[in-house]
Design a protein around this ligand. Sequence first.
Ligand code: FES
Length: 459
Amino acid sequence: MNVKQDFDFRQGIVLEPEVSDFPLLKKAPFIDEGTDPIDPSRYYSPKFMAREWDKMWSRIWNFAGFSSDIPDIGDYFTYDLGPESFLIVRTGEGSVEAYYNVCQHRGRRLVEGDFGSVADSFTCPFHGWQYGLDGSLKQVTDRETFRPEALCGDLGLKRVRCETENGMIFLTIDSSAPPLKDALGIIPEHFAPFDIPKMKVVKEVTVEWPVNWKTAADVFYEAYHVHVLHPQITGAMDDYNVQIDLYDKGVSRFLVAFGRISPRWLDQESLNDDLKGMLSVAGLDDADFTGNLSSVRSAIASAMRSKFEAKGHDCSSYHDSQLVDSWNYGIFPNVQIGIYPEGALVQRWRPHPTDPEKCFFDVLNLVHPELAGLSPRDAYLDWRSDVNLDKYTRPPRQILRTEEEQRSGLGLVGYQDYENIIKVQPGMRSKGYEGVVLCEQESRIRHYHTEIDRYLSVS
Ligand code: FES
């Protein structure tokens, strides 16, 4: 195997060692978070789950959804997190508000659907109380039958703080949390080149998995497992020479080279079928490809650049790597976003309301309308289906209930991850297992767990 026998964990891997003038490729300084095993009880303990809710989920900024999903005043969507449900509403051209999704009369969930639009108010399905877009209580059915003092308090919807960054809407329950920008660390700077507000969600699926949310998230925070669980994608993906960067606030990323054979492959010389496939989707005929294997990525990047520029999209600010590779960011603690000029792949793990050994896994695919159509990395990972954005309507959230639905809704890679993690969760409870041992290829896992510990240690 053609891997680095002299691997230096302090230096790590640099994706483009010869490039020094592209700031977003810059390797982050090494952060030493030790080597101690992670206590498995955090993956199943109800007590830990309760502490996590009180000290972390209730204090952080949570990614709720995209502003492109609520373009017009009165548009809304709901977002469920643990035991809570939130209602996110477009209240003005540049303003979005978030409320607890609970009627102040008898506590009924106010809005049941995932998405929708109202003219100017929300009506509770129980007794018909009405709330304005600004959350105020506008109408009480049979008001005269309430004694005045019963209605004298503030009975408007309870507001939660909500901020938008580059088209991404976040909310926090904590009224004293620092501003969103502080919590996101490098994310605004690294996402600035991408026009997320223009991107459209073309697919959203949710599945309930019988594992703790961290059991699921951990898998997606490393590429170490790829050669074993997903060998089918290593013909055109270098799963070993992955640049891993750890940043402040529990944020991290990896940069994974596509269009390059895994060094674990014996044949490092042939233009294999996977590379041919990527070239072909980029519009290049592999029969005409005369370069050596090391030039496959630059050939794809150049083809992508031409494709995008032909559609009037300025690509001058992108590095070739952003046009070919996987740039995958982890926003603390439960969101991973692969971000590209032509779209984004969002993966999010949400805690279950009551059971520490269940979670919800959401996958959202976004496409930039000007750059719609398959790009090589999309096709390669089976991330998204082609869409007609001329007649765009926001697709409903699709709940994947059966194994068959998971297999088709998540794609092969996601389904392989599912098949694996359901065999990890029981191990966390085993008396024969002492703790999660991590290599440096898995340092992003330790990084977000360390940040969880930071929140949990605050009294
Ligand atoms: Fe909503 Fe009664 S619970 S109107």
